[in-house]
Design a protein around this ligand. Structure first.
Ligand SMILES: Nc1ncnc2c1ncn2[C@@H]1O[C@H](COP(=O)(O)OP(=O)(O)O)[C@@H](O)[C@H]1O
Ligand SMILES: O=C(CO)[C@@H](O)[C@H](O)COP(=O)(O)O
Length: 507
């Protein structure tokens, strides 16, 4: 039997999974790390934390599984998108990574539109200028930290920094590179025009591969630390959403998934390049060669629940420990017993501003309708529902673009929750399903490694062979009717508050 490894460098943790060639999980390890918020709306992480988590989890899965290293044919990488990792001439990290949900680059987004032109930028990169994307962050560093920019010899995305750690190669692949706003997305290569106009040296960027292609092999020193061999290939992999698509079988037109990780995403595969003229959803290269995807993004999906849990649920954390159950399973249990609609409580999940549909870095979270009758479980339900309303916004935009699906796959940490999946089924008004292997991005990355090393003929065929559907939530009509009413209020709240959010930001 041969084996594959998928590594997902998420925002909450790095998850490393060893699969056999049939797609069964043989060993799983994860390691969490902190998210730093030096200012309101800023978000950073330490690339060294990703590195330590990767090496530690790799070592553990190999040891626990007892699998012979020679049998591990390939590794695929998946990771949080858009983060800026800058390395100096010695390959050392220059500063913490400014990550995807950071909102400091409002002025740089205006610069991008002025320098390149809004229409031309969309023509080349398939997306309007966006605060969380890498190009705006590079401009911010140039302006605010010129000394750091001078030292910078390599610009990498989070999972591509891990590729450098594992293989010594500076490289990326099309799906993640699409989220830098420096890629010619229709032609799947760096855009000389964008790079020249922004005065960014192409030599700073790695080579761009297709997601299944081999980009390098494990370094001897990494083989020694982890127990891998130097013959293990590392393929391109994918941005976490493109990788999750492969890991949930979303590789053909008419299929879509929702992930509730730290962010939330509604993603649809597209064999044609499809762009939202209003720029509310992103268009990126897919991990499937010759295809693309569109996705709407909720900035603080699982992040909203984690924020509430970390700040207000110490009692539940102790209780979960005492009962020997996971904290999120306990929260799910409490939510199950509460009324739909949080008993007239609505949450806007804009803790880190919002992308889809508002593209507004200034908006912030809101609990609307708080009453003395509400309890902590009501608030937790309203958080889950507010995130689901936001994902419903994403789904509606896809529908506006002509993308309708009969069923939606679900993944990510929040996708494990039946109560959360039920909310999605009731709001989307379609069936919501899961895949047996819960770690979608890691499975997708491993499948890409299997294609790259010749174990499978194509991404699509590998998905047909390995992906096994598991649970299914179907719409409950009376819930759907209630949610339709609440959704109208949810949408109105942002419109009513839009200017007030701006006023608050300006103080
Ligand atoms: N059983 C669960 N029920 C509800 N939410 C969960 C559950 N497990 C995890 N989560 C949510 O999922 C988030 C982590 O998801 P994950 O996909 O691992 O994120 P990332 O890829 O960003 O690291 C947590 O912050 C939490 O909000
Ligand atoms: O910014 C995006 C997609 O555009 C996010 O989806 C990030 O890729 C973070 O992913 P998670 O850590 O939430 O999985």
């Amino acid at each position: 039997m041969n084996y594959l490894i998928g590594i997902d460098v998420g925002t909450s943790a790095t998850k490393t999974v060893l699969f056999d060639e049939k797609g069964s999980v043989i060993a799983f390890e994860s390691k969490e790390y902190p998210l730093y918020q030096p200012k309101n709306g800023w978000a950073e992480q330490n690339p060294e934390d990703w590195k330590d988590a990767t090496l530690e989890t790799l070592k553990k899965v190999i040891r626990i599984s007892g699998v012979k290293a020679e049998r591990i044919k390939g590794i695929g990488l998946s990771g949080q998108m858009h983060g800026l990792v800058m390395l100096d001439k010695n390959g050392e990290v220059i500063r913490p990574s400014i990550i995807w949900c950071d909102q400091r680059t409002g002025a740089e987004v205006e610069d991008l539109n002025r320098i390149i032109g809004r229409e031309r930028l969309i023509e080349i990169t398939a997306n309007p200028a966006l605060t969380g994307w890498t190009a705006a962050k590079i401009l911010w560093i140039k302006k605010n930290e010129p000394d750091n920019y001078k030292k910078c010899k390599h610009i990498l995305l989070p999972k591509d920094y891990i590729r450098y750690v594992l293989t010594g190669e500076f490289a990326t692949e099309v799906s993640d590179a699409s989220g830098m706003q420096l890629l010619d997305v229709p032609n799947r290569c760096w855009s000389d025009e964008v790079l020249q106009k922004l005065n960014i040296d192409k030599a700073l960027l790695g080579k761009v591969y297709e997601s299944y292609e081999i980009t390098g092999y494990i370094l001897p020193q990494v083989a020694e630390i982890t127990g891998l061999t130097k013959e293990t290939a590392v393929v391109g992999g994918g941005g976490d959403n493109a990788a999750a698509a492969v890991g949930t079988g979303i590789v053909r037109d008419g299929t879509a998934f929702t992930t509730i990780g730290t962010s939330g995403v509604v993603y649809a595969h597209s064999s044609k390049l499809t762009i939202d003229p209003k720029g509310r959803v992103h268009t990126c290269c897919s991990a499937v060669p010759g295809a693309w995807h569109v996705m709407g993004v909720t900035q603080a999906a699982g992040l909203s629940l984690k924020w509430f849990k970390d700040n207000f649920c110490q009692d539940y954390i102790w209780e979960a420990e005492k009962q020997g159950m996971g904290i999120y399973d306990l929260l799910d249990k409490y939510v199950t017993d509460t009324k739909i609609g949080g008993d007239k409580l609505i949450y806007l999940p804009y803790l880190m501003g919002e992308r889809t549909p508002h593209l507004d870095p200034n908006c912030r979270g809101v609990f609307f309708g708080l009453s003395a009758i509400h309890t902590k479980p009501d608030m937790i339900r309203s958080i889950m529902e507010g995130v689901s309303f936001s994902l419903n916004d994403c789904n509606h935009i896809l529908q506006e673009m002509g993308i309708y699906v009969e069923e939606m796959m679900a993944c990510g940490g929040g996708g494990k929750s039946s109560v959360w999946r039920q909310m999605l089924a009731d709001m989307y008004q379609c069936r919501v399903k899961t895949v047996k292997q819960e770690e979608g991005p890691a499975l997708g990355a491993a499948i890409l490694a299997g294609v790259g090393t010749g174990m499978f003929e194509s991404v699509e065929k590998a998905c047909d062979l390995l992906i096994e559907e598991d649970k299914s939530n179907i719409l409950i009509k009376e819930n759907a009717e209630k949610y339709e009413q609440l959704y109208e209020i949810y949408k109105k709240l942002y419109l009513d508050l839009k200017d007030t959010f701006k006023q608050l930001d300006e103080i």
